[in-house]
Design a protein around this ligand. Sequence first.
Ligand code: MOS
Length: 733
Amino acid sequence: MSSPHADVQPVDTRRVDAREKVTGAAVYATDLHPDQLAHAVLATATVGRGRITGLDTAAAEAVPGVLLVLTHLDHLDLQSPGFVMGGGYGVQSLQPLLDEHIAYRGQAVALVVAETLIAATQAAKLVRADYEPEPFAVTLDSPGVERLSQPAVIPLPFLADLDVGDAESAYAAAPVQIDAVYDQPAQHQNPMELIGATVWWRGDTVVVHEGTQNASAIRHGLARQLGIDPANVEVVSPYTGGGFGQKNSLQIHIAPLAVAARRLGRPVKLVVSRTQLFHHTSFRPASRHRIRLGADEHGRMLAALHDVEHQTSRFDLFPMMYTETTARLYGIGDFRGRQTFARMDTQSPGFMRAPFEHPGVFAFESAVDELAYAAQRDPLEFRLANDTTADPVTGEPFSSRHLAQCLRRGAKLFGWSARQWQPASMRADDGSLVGWGVAAGAYPASIVPSAAHLVASADGRIRVGVDGHEMGQGIRSAIALLVAENLGLDVRHVEITVGDTRVATQHLTAGSWGTASTLGAVHAALRELRKQLGADVSGPVDLAAAVGATGREHVESRAETLGPGQTEQDAERARQGLVALAGPEFTGYSTFSWIAHFVEVRVEPTTCRIRVPRVVSVADCGRVASPVTAASQVRGGIVWGIGACLREAGEVDPRYGGWLNASLEEYPVPVNADIGTLDVDFIGEPDLRFHPVGVKGLGEVSMVGVAAAVANAVYHATGVRHRRLPIRIEDVL
Ligand code: MOS
């Protein structure tokens, strides 16, 4: 990255909070141990669906140290928070503990609070419920699943069917065709920081510490649930130990914890156990994709039809945006997208890194690979031959699209030219089958209203309070680098507060819009600060001298920014804790981030174990705001993609409901030994049409297409196409 004043390089371009994180100085929400702290544990339902007919808490209450057992018999008087994707604030609209109905296995039936965690755990096990069970459905193929077409039930333009041209006729006329169904399982993100909160009351104000991506939703949602003024809710979330969508709205335990804390007059902490987490919060829904693709004899794609259905709960509709991205990968003139809900009996699904883009693009980029082989083309050349500069959906240009450069640079770094086209034709020295696969990925660029407050001090330091959450992605580093580079400061003189409703609105940080949104506000606030200091519009500023010259101790500036085309209405929505995003379609252009992945797999000949010794990924995310954390984001995305392709599945047993493999022992994710060399590179061209400093999103695009590249490599190694994830040894044997 070039600096406008090259003589003042930031001294430390690593993750600025690295030291706090590795020394344990970073305090996470449930690390807190205030005086008089009481501990909460949930008791959960053991039927797939039904009604509680009897509840016995006497044995639990008799455990020494138990302070409170809250159940629906206590009349908690809580409103529904509404569903975050239905105009509300919650991970789901259903608030447990309010009545006798059980909508899914694992639903909370009691919150037990005790002096110690041990007492609460023991007592929770002694809560006894009797049920009248009811029939339930938990897989896409179960009887009793209710199917609804998305446009029929959610009348929003961006959730409509997608019809560009006449895909059906164009497909029917295409000389080369692929028609295949790709199945992908539910998945559960398992953050290192478990879901949990520490909650207490200070007078009439409830204070919530929870690792979250959306402190404002907690503030406004909890206020709605309790019937209090949002001004009386404080949410503090300086660090989030892994937030990839699961922590992006109000969790179901927070209101009951607030009730318990008020009744006891004490702080209460809950850490949801690893096993309960699988049932307690959102997950990636299972989805099924039928892809039809047609091409001409020259390898030009003519038509695509993408039909998808995904699971949702009985009480919420988790909307689908799969085809929004798959329609943009290539210049296909005729495209049809159809999306259908499959309602069943689990908690509501929700966002998990690249929620639609990963599964949608796995299916689509697998089918593109199949089509390239059907057309007897090299899969890389085939993709390059179908590139486009215009958005095929809107006909407008992309503000930036360097996908072809990503593919070309990645191919060179990977050594693609040495690849033999024929499947099952490459061998390693030990006899393993070698496969090389490629896939592209894309992710819509969105942006949201944001706010920043800068305080420059006469001691040469600057405090930055912003709207944004640090969930591990490195937003502090990106902010610190921008401020340090802009003013010519040492990054160590920049102090940053994020995720705190006391310093700024804390709108949802998700959808890979965090860095672009927050940096936009910080950039605007820096401009204003320079004005107040009488400094030039660019170039280094001697902050201590400039503040000193004003005769004041501090000089402050504030900025509130909107995405392109946004209005005060959007800003107001954000201030109310509601989702307020713009993009990826803007007036005159569309914006997406792009990536290309190249993967080598080796399939050991006797055990058929699949290894991934190396991956090369090249991303176009506009300007790279923080090189070290950006590369780390991409490596993390690759690991997720490998996990999605070869390991992860939320298993259900249709006889019992709920989730069967609810532990990290039985829900395997890749470990270090599963990961080989990950080479990451960036195009690094700022997108100044989309953003004042040229930033697009990165966190999610990094995993989009990885699973397809791995599966395409497995096909190349073995000659067998796998259309159901994960691909396991028994599939390859
Ligand atoms: Mo992310 S899955 O949009 O929080």
